[in-house]
Design a protein around this ligand. Structure first.
Ligand code: DAH
Length: 337
């Protein structure tokens, strides 16, 4: 067989091999080697002149057929490459986009933020204290009698070294007054701990927000107006408040205060046990003994304090029936707020 025809056949057989699973670069390399300016086919075309006349027709048609075949192989290789590429990407433009679900603040955190925002507008700043507290700040400095039941290890978590998990945010009052000269006007939100058996309205840890305002000539009327403003801002213009006499060691006089029931608007319903009011928290005028404990002169300074349960505020605001739901981390519940 003519040498030229033989070279064409060998080259095409090799090209076919190389192109079976070729990537784009390999396909281009084959094209250049065979059909490029300095490739095999242009070179053979120059050799045509030396082919004996009786063989020219056969060689010529083998040459043309070879070039056609090469083009076919290259086209097929490119088509295969394209198909592989698109299946690898698995790109389906008709699929809906992947939505990123945005988280949001926990209802307890939101309630703390809202309370703080309301009190800030009334000129309060935010103070914080430790969750692991000493007995002095949690009880003694707050004028709590040595026999007071809340000190009992059955009610309060004690560490071996005598420290405790704070049972209330009230010790922050003491820490602030120890470190600041009057006047002071702070709120202190935070976590507190009690040895309670959890039920629908009790948890072993929950949150409170404490308030303290000490200045010259602060009276119970100031306390009332601050609580009324808070109630209106939190529960709307129809919210009323009511103070009832009570006892706390660190305030004198002490009160418990109620807000008009946000479920029935004060008409009476099962939630407020038909009283029209819902108990919110404790408050009072800071006891002179407490002022003395922090080195304030009770003849010059007076003040009020209050403490409310955040979970309770949130449950009333969002109509949550069980405090434990706030801590189960069930997204189906939390998503609703
Ligand atoms: N610490 C009290 C409690 O946990 C609530 C409280 C009552 C705070 C009266 C106060 C207050 O600041 O004046 O039950």
């Amino acid at each position: 067989m003519n040498q030229i025809i033989e070279k064409i056949h060998t080259a095409l057989a090799a090209a076919e091999q190389r192109l079976t699973a070729a990537d784009a670069a390999e396909i281009e390399a084959v094209r250049i080697e065979l059909a490029g300016r300095n490739g095999l086919f242009p070179a053979l075309s120059k050799e045509m002149g030396s082919v004996p006349p009786e063989e020219r027709r056969e060689v010529g048609s083998a040459f043309n057929e070879g070039r056609r075949k090469l083009q076919e192989l290259l086209d097929a290789a490119r088509a295969r490459l394209e198909e592989r590429g698109s299946t690898a990407e698995q790109l389906d433009l008709t699929l809906p986009g992947r939505r990123r679900s945005m988280g949001h603040k926990h209802p307890v955190t939101r309630m703390i933020d809202e309370c703080v925002a309301i009190f800030r507008r009334m000129g309060f700043t935010v103070a914080e204290g430790p969750e692991i507290e000493d007995v002095y700040h949690n009880f003694d400095a707050l004028n709590t009698h040595a026999d007071h039941p809340s000190r009992d290890p059955g009610d309060t978590f004690y560490f071996a070294d005598g420290r405790i998990l704070r049972t209330q945010t009230s010790p922050v009052q003491i820490r602030v007054m120890e470190n600041h000269e009057p006047p002071v006007r702070i709120v202190a939100p935070g976590r507190v701990f009690r040895r309670d058996t959890p039920d629908a309205t009790h948890g072993m840890n929950f949150h409170q927000i404490e308030g303290l305002y000490v200045d010259r000539g602060v009276s119970l009327a100031d306390l009332k107006s601050v609580l009324q403003t808070f109630a209106t801002e939190m529960y709307g213009p129809g919210a009323k408040i009511r103070l009832r006499p009570h006892f706390f060691p660190f305030t004198e006089p002490s009160v418990e205060y109620d807000f008009s029931c946000m479920m029935c608007g004060g008409k009476g319903c099962p939630v407020c046990k038909h009283s029209g009011f819902i108990e919110i928290a404790g408050a009072g005028m800071v006891d002179p003994a407490v002022l003395k404990n922090v080195g304030y002169d009770p003849e010059v300074w007076s003040g009020f304090a209050f403490g409310m349960g955040i979970e309770r505020l949130a449950m009333l605001r969002y109509r949550i029936g069980d405090i434990r739901w706030l801590y189960e981390n069930d997204v189906r519940f939390l998503e609703q707020f």
